[in-house]
Design a protein around this ligand. Structure first.
Ligand code: ZN
Length: 157
């Protein structure tokens, strides 16, 4: 990808990082996501799994839900999703269901990543929808947030 195209992703990944920081502020694992249509953010979400005691409360699902409400449609055609951590199987499934065009993620997830690390649910030929995937945008920032969070958590124990 050219430097210019890469640059276009940065403001939105920064917005996803801001969401992740909101999670961190309430002692949730810092993961954030935004859904973008054109150059407008139409959905935001951060992980609130502990706060809500809801296994579905991942950043991506919250951002997707908000974007669907914004568009009043379940199809998020031509939308891009930016997320600080590679999507898990549940979120990758939701991304396919929502017909999102492109996913841009920060850092790969060796334990649950389903955008190419463990498997690639976003680009499975047998599904009726495939998603463009770009990984590694602001990877260091995204990965450092998680590392620091878990380091602090262990420090307190
Ligand atoms: Zn997820």
């Amino acid at each position: 990808m050219s430097a210019a195209l890469w640059e276009e992703h940065l403001p939105f990944m920064k917005a996803a990082i801001e969401e992740a920081q909101k999670a961190e502020a309430i002692r949730e694992v810092p993961i954030g996501a935004v859904v973008v249509l054109g150059d407008e953010i139409i959905g935001r979400g951060h992980n609130v799994r502990e706060t809500t005691r809801d296994p579905l409360a991942h950043a991506e699902l919250i951002a997707i839900k908000q974007a669907s409400e914004h568009l009043n449609a379940w199809r998020l055609l031509n939308c891009r999703l930016y997320v600080t951590l590679e999507p898990c199987p549940m979120c990758a499934g939701a991304i396919v269901q929502a017909r999102i065009s492109q996913v841009v993620f920060g850092t790969p997830d060796p334990k649950a990543g389903c955008a190419g690390t463990l498997m690639n649910l976003l680009q499975e030929d047998r599904f009726n929808h495939r998603v463009d995937v770009i990984g590694g945008v602001m990877q260091q920032e995204c990965s450092a947030m998680l590392t620091q969070f878990f380091r602090k958590l262990r420090g307190k124990e």
